[in-house]
Write a protein that binds this ligand. Sequence first.
Ligand code: FES
Ligand code: FES
Length: 153
Amino acid sequence: MTTSLKINGQARSVAAEPDTPLLWVLRDELGMTGTKFGCGAAQCGACTVIVDGQPRRSCVTPIGSVAGSEVTTIEQNGDKVLAAVQAAWTAIDVPQCGYCQSGQIMSAVALLSEIKSPSDRDIDLAMNGNICRCCTYVRIRAAIHDAARRLGG
Ligand code: FES
Ligand code: FES
């Protein structure tokens, strides 16, 4: 079955069973390996992408459920919020092993797209499901504040 959707602003048609996880489509069908597989059970956040403005765990999102949707991944170019978050991540040197970080960044982008100047509590709530085994949480929080400043929040 073919599913049509937009990924990073480009119309794509994907031939896959409707229950195929979006994560597998991104990585295996489209070669977009920036989105990571961690737990496969919506427990870690490594696979987070943005679907129609909301953060979603792509490992448990059937491709059939996102037909007609706009999906944004870490590979997106030209998005000012994503660019500001990536600049802040680099300036603050957030990643350690890096494995969780594309999911962290996409959750941060979703947060900053909704709340221009998030409080620590807003950040903790929004980032709650994104696990970092290297415990970079303090730098993540600082980088989100930095990104908000870069965006004028
Ligand atoms: S791989 Fe999707 S939440 Fe862990
Ligand atoms: S940087 Fe290593 S798991 Fe987060």
